[in-house]
Design a protein around this ligand. Structure first.
Ligand SMILES: CC(C)(COP(=O)(O)OP(=O)(O)OC[C@H]1O[C@@H](n2cnc3c(N)ncnc32)[C@H](O)[C@@H]1OP(=O)(O)O)[C@@H](O)C(=O)NCCC(=O)NCCS
Length: 196
């Protein structure tokens, strides 16, 4: 086939879809695993947490809606569009948070992180470790080149997570995202090949 681009894709198509989504170990006896339909109630609970609603714009209408979202996570892995994990205890432990890559562009070698953790599991540095782990997966295993992390300037906890995981602050994007209380400026952080 004749390509109409002079530049080869950064990551060849198929590198995600032809493999099952991996389970990734975390320190502290936790792991990152694919979401399961039985995690639907956790997504519903996340959608009721004021901070997750505010910062992640997450609205989950019902357990049925949650199950649909989980099914779409698996479809998007197959479509090589996103890679979303549950933060959980091994052996089928209940999910306590979500982390992963949205907006994956294998051709251009980039993706954007999304994360939240339920209130009971906050305060222990779990998301920092999870972010480091999925960043290593994205750069070293998948082969992406540039990882973005965007958060409202009014969310200092997320800024601290970014900095602790090694994401450089590159600038402030003005009026970048509409939250429930209006437009927020966002920090743009990034991690690129060679930073690790
Ligand atoms: C943001 C979030 C993922 C951070 O996870 P967490 O478990 O609360 O984070 P930790 O307690 O491990 O703290 C990480 C760092 O942020 C700091 N931090 C936590 N809350 C903070 C706050 N309100 N202001 C400033 N720093 C804060 C901690 O002190 C820690 O830094 P340190 O180790 O230097 O002390 C979690 O709070 C969350 O899910 N919030 C709601 C949804 C959300 O904000 N999602 C991100 C959208 S971009």
């Amino acid at each position: 086939m004749i390509s109409n681009s002079p530049i080869a894709p950064v990551v060849p198509a198929g590198r995600m879809a032809r493999n099952p989504q991996p389970v990734l170990d975390l320190p502290g006896g936790l792991e990152l695993r694919p979401w399961q339909l039985s995690d639907a109630d956790v997504l519903v609970a996340a959608g009721q947490d004021p901070a997750i609603r505010l910062w992640n714009l997450l609205v989950v209408e019902s357990p049925e809606d949650a199950r649909g979202r989980i099914e779409r996570m698996h479809e998007r892995w197959q479509a090589e569009q996103s890679a979303i994990w549950a933060i959980a205890r091994p052996g089928g432990g209940e999910a306590m948070g979500l982390i992963g890559w949205g907006d994956i562009d294998l051709k251009d070698g980039s993706a954007e992180i999304v994360y939240w953790i339920l209130p009971a599991a906050r305060g222990g540095g779990v998301v920092v470790e999870a972010l480091k782990r999925v960043s290593r997966w994205a750069l070293e295993d998948l082969g992406l080149h540039r990882l973005r992390l965007c958060h409202s300037v009014a969310n200092p906890a997320s800024c601290r997570v970014a900095a602790k995981a090694g994401y450089s602050l590159e600038g402030t994007m003005r009026s970048a995202l509409l939250h429930a209380d209006g437009w927020h400026d966002q920090h743009l952080h990034a991690l690129i090949q060679g930073d690790l």
